[in-house]
Design a protein around this ligand. Structure first.
Ligand code: TYM
Length: 331
């Protein structure tokens, strides 16, 4: 708690162009906490270097991710927006928590297994301890609620386990965080392979809709989206392509699945895909416009980063001094 407010923390990696999965599964939900919670939203650049990055691109994407947070409705006056590497306590607590995290626990992380297969030439120690750094991000702010997509659930459980373990050894130190997953959109699937998550690192450009795609690109990608041979717009587990499109359409229009089924009753997939593309492109248009406006003023983004980092560091220091004392480091 800070004052009367519970604390929210979440982060997005500046490791690629952000997708509508990142938008619907995470960022769009962030602003619902702005009024009643103390919110910290971080651009997690330390996490991004677990995979090799081109320095100039990492720098550009860090600005872009901050601008996207704002373009998606996060007002820097109501939310602490900052860059992870600007608050050194993340790396510091990350190291300390490494010493309270088991090799076996980290070995079981599915994202580590996936990424080490994908990047078999660069299975570095950071990729392995990534979840401990994420635990540090969260625990540093005594976070109550962490809004994320379902792919982060296992990492969040690890953060809870580490917090509980530390609290057991040293007495109450960390708040044990809860995840917040918006059941409607916690897993947006690839348009090309609808049984796999839509991922910003996907190399198939038709599989992924980016938040900043032009309307033409959005329409083209939805036209090509994989469906099935059944020609019936119905939500069902055995129709992953159509169900994913319905999920996206529902998220952008607010219509229910029943309403969508009625709307496209007796009409082909062609009409349906056009409607999904239109709804998505129209929903993203204001975000794109605002993003362009914000990116035109780098100095303003830098001011926001700086103010955000100062504010975050203030709260991080409180937790760090508690942790140091509990562990037994000389003050
Ligand atoms: P990242 O950068 O991969 O993704 C950012 C957020 O987007 C969500 N997401 C999705 N949601 C629904 N459908 C999808 N297809 C989809 N793809 C991505 C992710 O679940 C995430 O919420 N490890 C984190 C970043 C992180 C973090 C943290 C998050 C670092 N420290 C502390 C919360 C708290 C990650 O790689 O997210």
């Amino acid at each position: 708690m800070i004052g009367d407010n519970k604390i929210v923390f979440s982060g997005v990696q500046p490791s690629g162009n952000l997708t509508i999965g990142n938008y619907l599964g995470a960022i769009k939900n962030f602003s619902r906490f702005s009024e009643d919670y103390k919110t910290f939203y971080c651009v997690v650049d330390l996490h991004a270097i677990t995979v090799r990055q081109v320095p100039a691109e990492l720098r550009r994407r860090t600005y872009e991710t901050l601008a996207l947070y704002m373009a998606c409705g996060l007002d820097p006056k109501k939310n602490t927006l900052f860059v992870q590497s600007h608050v050194s306590a993340h790396a510091e607590l990350g190291w300390m928590l490494d010493c309270y995290t088991m090799f076996g626990e980290l070995s079981r992380m599915t994202q580590f297994k996936d990424k080490s297969q994908k990047h078999s030439q660069n299975i570095n120690a950071g990729l392995f301890t990534y979840p401990t750094l994420m635990a540090a991000d969260i625990l540093l702010y005594q976070t109550d609620v962490v809004p994320v997509g379902v792919d982060q659930k296992q990492h969040l459980e690890l953060a809870r386990d580490v917090a509980e373990r530390f609290n057991q050894i040293y007495g109450p130190t960390f708040t044990v965080p809860e995840g917040y997953m918006s059941t409607d959109t916690m897993k947006i699937m690839s348009l090309a392979e609808p049984t796999a998550k839509m991922s910003k690192s996907d190399t198939n450009q038709n599989a992924v809709v980016y938040i900043l795609d032009s309307k033409d690109d959005v329409m083209r990608k939805f036209k090509k989206a994989v469906t099935d041979s059944d020609a019936c717009v119905r939500y069902s587990e055995d129709k992953p392509g159509v169900s994913n499109l319905m999920t996206i359409y529902r998220a952008f229009t607010g219509k229910t699945f029943e309403e969508i089924e009625r709307e496209f009753d007796g009409r082909g997939y062609g009409d349906f895909k056009l409607a999904v593309g239109e709804a998505c492109a129209d929903g993203l248009a204001p975000v794109r416009d605002e993003f362009a406006r914000l990116m035109a003023d780098k100095a303003h983004l830098e001011e926001i980063m700086k103010a955000g980092a100062d504010e975050a560091a203030y709260y991080a220091r409180k937790t760090m001094s508690k942790v140091r004392r509990k562990i037994g480091f000389v003050n």
